[in-house]
Design a protein around this ligand. Structure first.
Ligand code: GCV
Length: 606
């Protein structure tokens, strides 16, 4: 027994070797500089020469292959139609893959919510790596990391966009970034402020039907494409949370989007128009219904180069939401899903929460084939380890892998990431166990059974179930969402309530409408029920709520214990940094449970 322990410790010491700070992400291959690589000189050749452990590798361009980005690996030969395909193949070979592969989504785009002053909206890993200035070597590492997981586009600035983004001096920076990203197959896009013609151009209006406005955008697009010839296009948040938009001039979303689409079309660019709107045209309506109410009438009216980009859930990146019914209701307009990699509502960069299971859950309801692309709100900042929490890197990784292949299993992605990030540690199973349980644990200690948006105001971190501020829109107040009183709890979205269930296709419409068939993990999203409502296992609703809050906390206690066991097998720095955050997560989980049960408990039995 003693000898076994000694062997394990020696092995661990050999594996750990040197301090790790997480800066190398999952790209921790040893530089071997050993392979003789034949074929075109390109990124694939560079990467294989440096990191491939075999004696030789062949890169073959095959014009007969159909997909521009796909590849076939057999032995140490990679075949692809383009150098980009060879590059994806090279990273796959380094991961140990073989066989044929091509990306499912054509558009696999990161959305950075970075501001020109270096701050990042909902960023929890330091400052922007792009603005106001950047380190070219760091951007190259960013490009490599993204290319290695198949990401092929990036929006460089916040959707709450400054008109200054389009000023010449910033476009010149965009060009420099684009030049670094291009060899890695990544196109740049920008978020634009709809009122840029006023804020930047000095016009008196931004009305999309105004000839002067149309001319301004056409000229701006010409200028952009002169500077960045392969520029991807614009992402637009319009008439949402105070942002300007066509609605300011009584114009529809399609009129606004089409004006931009016409300006950019001659250059081959696209417009990603977000459907995240509330409190504008349909003020007063249940917030989760408003996107459908607002966009349905526009379906079929958008230009071909407009894509509607919608969040996975109808509210706002909550730990659990039903899928957003806009994906059912929009039939004629191409759609993209927007996922949030940065954990705004899931403990930010302090909680270990692996998001792939949540995204896979979404794909169970929204067929990936209904989408032309996928966007992920990035969790990247200038922190040494890029994402704040070492395990948050897994969410960036998983986003890329799912964008390439949405049917990949969460476990498979996690196992891959663990191996690449920590090496083979003998604790793979333990790490996998923590990751795979982490999202459900988070749901349980924050908002089980379909509860939602009971966060502290503004920063969305801790619990504030009693949150109500008279001067705030009701849709920002926790009490609006849980509706707890002495009679019960939950938001009635059935036909007898806000009727949000009617926006869903069958069978979900009927299933969600009836508490007997509504999945229990969404019960209080769709129903207002008495505290003594009987759950399927015979417990009352209140008992079940207590059970779930407790089980969420117990899970985190378990993660902490498991992490202690991992100590000998993980390098000192990463182990310690994760441990610190996990202790914090445990404190937070207990706080969530205690605050919520105390508050809700105050109604029970009254
Ligand atoms: C970029 C939520 C976030 C905002 C974000 C907005 C959006 O409301 O809290 O920070 O703004 O979503 O997605 O536009």
């Amino acid at each position: 027994m003693k000898r076994q322990i000694l062997t394990v410790l020696l092995l661990a010491a050999a594996m750990v070797g040197h301090a790790e700070d997480g800066s190398r992400l999952w790209l921790r291959y040893a530089e071997v500089n050993k392979a003789k690589v034949t074929g075109p000189e390109c990124v694939a050749a560079d990467e294989l020469r440096r990191y491939y452990d075999g004696a030789e590798a062949q890169l073959v361009l095959d014009p007969n292959m159909t997909d521009d980005e796909g590849y076939i690996i057999s032995g140490s030969t990679i075949k692809a139609k383009t150098e980009k395909g060879l590059m994806y193949g090279a990273y796959a070979l380094l991961r140990g893959e073989s066989g044929e592969s091509k990306p499912f989504f054509k558009l696999r785009i990161l959305n950075h919510w970075d501001n020109l002053d270096s701050s990042i909206e909902r960023g929890y890993a330091g400052k922007s790596i792009f603005w106001p200035s950047f380190d070219p070597n760091h951007i190259k590492e960013y490009a490599r990391a993204n290319a290695s997981i198949g990401i092929n586009g990036t929006v460089l600035n916040n959707v709450n966009a400054s008109p200054k983004m389009l000023a010449k001096e910033n476009l010149l920076k965009v060009k420099q970034i684009a030049d670094i990203l291009r060899p890695y197959g990544i196109r740049v896009y920008l978020s634009v402020n709809f009122a840029s013609p006023m804020g930047l151009g000095g016009l008196k209006t931004a009305d999309p039907l105004d000839k002067g406005v149309q001319k301004w955008w056409k000229k701006k697009c010409d200028e952009i494409y002169k500077i960045v010839p392969d520029f991807g296009g614009f992402l637009v948040k319009a008439n949402s949370e105070g942002q300007p938009g066509p609605g300011d001039y009584e114009r529809s979303h399609s009129e606004g989007a089409n004006m931009l689409a016409d300006a950019i079309a001659p250059h081959g660019g696209i417009i990603m128009w977000r459907s995240f709107v509330y409190g504008a045209k349909h003020k007063g309506e249940d917030r989760v219904k408003q996107a459908v109410s607002e966009f349905k009438e526009d379906d079929g009216k958008f230009r071909e180069n407009v894509i509607l980009q919608s969040k996975n859930g109808p509210l706002d990146f909550q730990p659990r939401e039903p899928y957003a019914p806009i994906f059912d209701n929009i039939q004629k307009t191409p759609q993209m899903a927007e996922l949030q990699i940065t954990q705004e509502y899931l403990g930010q960069s302090r909680h270990l929460v692996y998001l792939a299971p949540m995204w896979r859950e979404f794909f169970r309801f929204v067929e990936p084939s209904r989408l032309v692309g996928i966007a992920g709100v990035a969790n990247i900042g200038d922190d040494t380890n890029w994402c704040g929490h070492h395990f948050s890197q897994a969410n960036w990784y998983a986003f890329g892998r799912l964008a390439w292949n949405p049917s990949m299993k969460s476990e498979e992605i996690a196992s891959e990431w663990i191996k690449e990030t920590f090496g083979k540690t003998q604790m793979d199973e333990a790490l996998l166990y923590i990751m795979m349980r982490s999202r459900e644990a988070c749901v349980n200690y924050m908002m089980p059974l379909g509860l939602h948006h009971i966060f502290k105001f503004d920063h969305h971190y801790g619990p504030q179930p009693d949150g109500f501020i008279k001067s705030y829109p009701l849709e920002w107040c926790p009490v609006y969402y849980h509706q707890a009183d002495k009679n019960g709890i939950g938001f009635d979205r059935t036909h007898a309530g806000s009727n949000a269930t009617s926006q869903y296709r069958e069978p979900y419409c009927s299933m969600y409408d009836d508490p007997a068939t509504c999945p229990e993990n969404l019960l209080l999203w769709f129903h207002h029920l008495p505290w003594n409502y009987r759950m399927k296992d015979g417990r009352t609703l209140w008992e079940e709520m207590q059970r779930r809050y407790n089980s969420g906390v117990e899970d985190v206690e378990d993660f902490c214990r498991t992490w202690q066991l991992c100590k000998p097998y993980i390098d000192e720095q990463r182990w310690r940094e994760v441990d610190e955050r996990m202790q914090h997560q445990l404190e937070n989980a207990r706080e969530w449970r205690d605050v919520c049960l105390k508050y809700f408990g105050s109604f029970v039995g009254k």
